[in-house]
Ligand binder design. Sequence first.
Ligand SMILES: Nc1ncnc2c1ncn2[C@@H]1O[C@H](COP(=O)(O)OP(=O)(O)O)[C@@H](O)[C@H]1O
Ligand SMILES: [Mg+2]
Length: 144
Amino acid sequence: MKTLKNHIKLVFPSHSENEGLARLAVSGFLAAEGADVSVIAELKTAVSEGVTNAIVHGYRNTHGLVTLEIKLFDSGRAKILIKDKGAGIEDITKAMEPLFTTAPEEERAGLGFAIMQSFCDKLRVRSAPGKGTTLTLEKYIYKR
Ligand SMILES: Nc1ncnc2c1ncn2[C@@H]1O[C@H](COP(=O)(O)OP(=O)(O)O)[C@@H](O)[C@H]1O
Ligand SMILES: [Mg+2]
């Protein structure tokens, strides 16, 4: 996963309508690179979960910037970063448990992390309370 083939960086305010923009950016970038259609669908879904989390949990009761970065390497692996500078996560292991949610009254299913994990080859979560959260998603984008 050494040589960078292509990359984009998108920075947008935490408005819910920008979730659709993030999905379009992912699919546009990956389609232009000839990614497998099912990979595109999976990564769109995973990114939409991550960006939604940044907006609704990271910037709950406040606003801020969300950064979406996609890096494609010569090996065919894509690395996607989703970053917020919001609330952060106190217990990452607990937050990643399927069905765990801190917003049950909003009818959140608590499955965002499970979806991201199942649709990616690798998921890394770095977070600090009061500082924000960075997700790193990795996936091979071509037909296997
Ligand atoms: N970017 C984030 N900033 C702060 N907390 C987050 C963030 N992403 C996830 N979380 C926490 O992790 C929990 C689980 O996330 P997720 O699996 O997507 O379920 P849901 O969004 O349905 O609650 C959330 O309820 C929230 O407490
Ligand atoms: Mg979620």
